[in-house]
Structure formats: C-alpha cells, structure tokens
Ligand binder design. Structure first.
Ligand SMILES: [Zn+2]
Length: 252
C-alpha cells in the first residue's frame, strides 16, 4: 500500500486524482481539473509553452512530437502551472524539456523532475519492476506500459539499478549527456566518443539498427579511470528517433 507521506508532490497529485494504474494517468484530465486547457499545434522555436492569465492557463504542446515526448512536455508545463504559477508564462525550448535534465537546482530541472514523476510515478513503477533485471528491453516494456519515452524509462531504471550503472547518449562525434546511479564509482568517466568495437558505434554509423543484445565487454571500451581495463561491463544500446544512441552500461 502506497504511503502518501513518502510520495513526491507529483505522485500525491496523481494519487489524489484516483490514479492507481498506468492507463489512468490522463494528464489532460488533470490539466482540466487545474483549469489548464491543452492544445496541440505547430510551435516555432520552442517545444511547449504555458500562457497563464489569472487562474487559467493554456498549455501548447508541439503537434509533431511523438507521444512519449508530448506527454513529457505536458507534464513539464503542468509543473510550471502547478508549482511555479506565480512566475506567469513560460516558453520552454527543446533543450529545457527532457528527463536527462532533472538534477540541477533550476526551475526547468524541477519541472523535468516533476514530469518524470507524473509519467513514471514510483508508487506504480516500483511494484511493476519487482525484482526484474535492469536492461534496455525492460526500459522498452516500461515505456510502453506507461506511455513514456524510452529515454525517461531508461533513466528511471538506471537510478534504481542495484549494480553501478550509467545511461549515456552519444552521437557519431560526441557524448551528448549521461547520468550515473549513486553506486557508480566517482572516478570512472564516460568516454567522450564511442569505441569502434561497441555495438553502439555500429548503430551510430548506421551499420546496424534497432536494439543490440546485452553484451559483456571490457569496461575500458566505455570508461576511463583507475583499473577500468581490469573490469567488465554489460552494455546494451539502441538507436533513438533523432539518430543518437542510448546505451545502458552496468559494471559487473
Ligand atoms: Zn519549462
């Protein structure tokens, strides 16, 4: 039984709206209950926006984004409306909105953190995961169950993994972003470029597509740091819609 007192504020909002299973997470209904109207339309120069006036708001979400991304954007603007309403209206750029940017102490990071909990609330994610082993396959299953993006789902699994784990996003030339869980060693650093012997490299350069199988390999293909050549990791990679590569890497 979920404990209201231990929930995040986004989880409490869902709980008080009677949400008890993933298919009940209806962000538009929650928006309507908070006097915010949601419209999907072409947006120039931003991914989502909130126009507030007195006690009402209109949230615009980019019509050409995929469903997982639209839901995250809506959750992000709801956070601004519910938590930051005193600050008025927001125009949020593509780079402001994303589950990988939830740790800094900024309004945008807070909104991302809130959106992550609206879409993947721990009180439902925890029992759903049970004792299953963390992988990108499991992230894909979590994403489809909760209509979340694969990236948001993989980030959640990384944080919850028992093994020291990193989620990293590379493109052909560089590391775009990464997150590590609390048990990951502080003196290991994710390589700035993909190693040519990894499945991620093949995916980035179009030599293979879709999702690789989990693979054991030397940690120094992924990390620099003391003794990485003596450690092993299990890695798995997938191509994202923007042609970057998301990799889940756990130290064995
Ligand atoms: Zn924002």
């Amino acid at each position: 039984m979920a404990e209201l007192s231990s929930m995040s504020s986004a989880e409490r909002l869902l709980w008080l709206h009677g949400v008890r299973s993933p298919e009940h997470i209806d962000l538009e209904t929650i928006a309507a209950a908070h006097r915010a109207k949601v419209v999907y339309r072409q947006l120039d120069g931003c991914a989502a926006r909130l126009v507030a006036s007195a006690d009402r708001a209109v949230i615009s979400v980019a019509a050409d984004d995929n469903v997982g991304r639209q839901r995250f954007s809506l959750g992000h603007e709801l956070a601004h409306w519910i938590c930051d309403a005193a600050r008025g209206s927001f125009r949020c750029a593509d780079s402001d909105i994303g589950p990988q940017n939830a740790e800094a102490k900024t309004i945008e990071a807070n909104a991302n953190n809130y959106a992550s909990q609206l879409i993947l609330p721990d009180y439902m994610v925890t029992p759903w995961l049970g004792a299953r082993a963390v992988s990108l396959d499991l992230a894909g299953a979590l994403a489809s169950e909760f209509r979340a993006s694969l990236t948001a789902s993989a980030i959640r699994l990384t944080r919850r993994a028992k093994a020291p784990t990193v989620i990293a996003c590379h493109d052909q030339t560089r590391l775009r972003w990464f997150l590590r869980n609390l048990s990951f060693p502080q003196d290991f650093f994710v390589s700035k470029q993909l190693h040519h012997d990894t499945a991620a490299f093949e995916i980035a350069f179009g030599k293979s597509s879709g999702m690789s199988r989990p693979k054991r390999e030397s940690a120094d293909r992924w990390f620099s740091g003391p003794g990485t050549y003596r450690r092993e990791v299990t890695s798995q990679s997938v191509r994202l819609p923007d042609a970057s590569v998301l990799s889940l890497i756990s130290l064995n």
